[in-house]
Structure formats: C-alpha cells, structure tokens
Design a protein. Structure first.
Length: 279
C-alpha cells in the first residue's frame, strides 16, 4: 500500500490479532473467556442493574469473563505503573449508555488492572449457570489465543480529503477494495485502528476528562468477512464445514447484530471509565 500510496506511511499502525480458538486456557496465561487470575481484595465483578436469582434470593449478577491479557505478551497495551495484567469482564445483558457524541447499547464492560505477582490462583464466574435474564450471545466460550501483529491502515473516514480522493482513484484503477480488504483488520484484536462502517466517524472522548481515547480491544462476532478471504488466516483456508465455522466464529459471541464491540480507554489515565461503541 505505501509503495503505491506514500501518503499512507504516517498512518500505519500495528494491531495484534488474537485468533481465539476453543480450548481450556489457564488463569496463568492470556486468553479469551475462561478462568481469571484472582487478585487479593477483589471479588468477581457483578452488575447491580440485572440481579440474578439463586435459591430464591436476588443477588448482583456475576459478570462474564471476556479477556485476560498479560503485559509480557501485549506490551502495546498501556498498562499503568505496577500492573502487568488486564482483565476484561462484561454483564451478559444489554445496557444503555449515553456519551457526549454517541450512545451505546450492549453489555456493560468492567476492566481491571492488576499485578500478577500478587495472584491467588484462578477463579470462575457462575453467570452461565444462573437463570434469566441473560443473553446467550454474550457468553464467551473459553479460547486460547495466538497473537499476530499486523500492519493496519485507517478507515477512510479517518483520512484527509485529498488522501481519500487519491485512494478512490487507486481503488477504481487497481480494484484494491481498500476499505474492506486493506484497511482495518477483522476479528478480535488489541489496539490499532477502529472501523466506522456503520455510523461514519465519531468524535469519542473520555467521559471523565473529555480527553482523547484510544482503542484498547475489539470484540468481533466473526474473524473475517464471509464474502472475502482477505482476513481469513492461511491456516484456515482449507477448512470445511464444522471446522470452518469454529474458526469463523470461535468465541460464539455475537454483538451488534453480528458486528463488533470496541472498548476505548483514556490516553492520559487508563483508570478513567472506558468508552464503548458498536459497529
């Protein structure tokens, strides 16, 4: 891309595709879904808005484990001082959140930073065993991950008008399909660019300080576009039937009508509230 469009050189970003695959990950490793490392003084996060009934009593609903990422594997994540572990949870029910420039409907997210050297062993949520209310497509199937770093280019809405115009000409001349095949990577990923294919570009900002935010994690319903082989891993291109479906939708998560959910964090203080968006 940069050989044909030198104007894109300064727009390159590295993103880390996670490539989740169903398995039995350990709390001692990075993974999607599954057990989390227990930190001293911290209970499993819960949601007061959607209580659960256990033995005739209502309790705050345990959240669902979404991802656990260690700094050793993901130095790109902006871990705070004295932290080397990021844990992400969400409530398996829809929440409605209003931001300054946008609104969100989907699972409410809780992020936890920690020092893994203080870990007390693994623990699990019981959310999947609790009666309704609960949205099955928000239950994350435990998966191991195989991180892969790739170069990304931004959504066309992020680019200056003159660069967009040149890309349109290049697309027509070369048949590149920049927006869908050569810009933002599909699938679960850490960092990189965000796609704005549903809403056009939104001016997101931190709800606590109004400062800029950066993409922390993208949760995708599918690992590649079913109409294109562009982001389909080479290792998966000969798969068929059930094996292909598992590779295509390994976590069984479906957000935003088979879309994607993005978690943005404040660039100046990762302890501020996250911003959530779906496309």
């Amino acid at each position: 891309m940069t050989a044909m469009m030198p104007q894109l050189v300064d727009w390159r970003k590295i993103t880390v595709r996670l490539h989740p695959r169903p398995g039995t990950p350990s709390f001692q490793e990075s993974h999607v879904g599954g057990p989390m490392l227990r930190m001293p003084g911290r209970a499993w996060p819960s949601c007061d808005e959607h209580p659960a009934e256990i033995n005739g009593s209502l309790i705050p609903r345990p959240m669902v484990s979404v991802a656990q990422l260690y700094k050793q594997q993901f130095p790109e994540i902006p871990y705070p001082v004295d932290s080397d572990l990021l844990q992400i949870f969400w409530c398996p029910n829809d929440h409605f959140i209003e931001y300054t420039e946008s609104s969100f409907e989907g699972p409410a997210v809780k992020i936890v930073w920690g020092d893994s050297s203080m870990g007390l062993g693994g623990y699990h949520s019981t959310a999947a065993d609790i009666v309704d209310p609960l949205i099955d497509s928000y239950l994350v199937r435990p998966c191991g991950i195989t991180p892969e770093r790739v170069v990304e280019f931004p959504d066309v809405d992020e680019l200056p008008a003159d660069v967009r115009s040149m890309l349109e000409i290049l697309d027509q001349r070369e048949g590149l399909r920049y927006q869908y095949a050569l810009s933002v990577a599909r699938g679960w990923k850490v960092g990189g660019w965000a796609s704005w294919h549903s809403t056009d570009l939104l001016d997101l900002s931190c709800p606590d300080c109004d400062g800029p935010v950066t993409l922390l994690l993208k949760v995708d319903s599918n690992e590649w576009d079913s109409g294109s082989r562009r982001w389909r891993p080479v290792e998966d291109r000969d798969l068929e039937d059930e094996e292909l479906q598992v590779a295509y939708a390994p976590t069984r998560v479906e957000v935003a009508r088979a879309g994607e959910l993005r978690i943005f964090c404040c660039r100046s203080n990762v302890h501020h509230r996250v911003v959530l968006d779906t496309q």
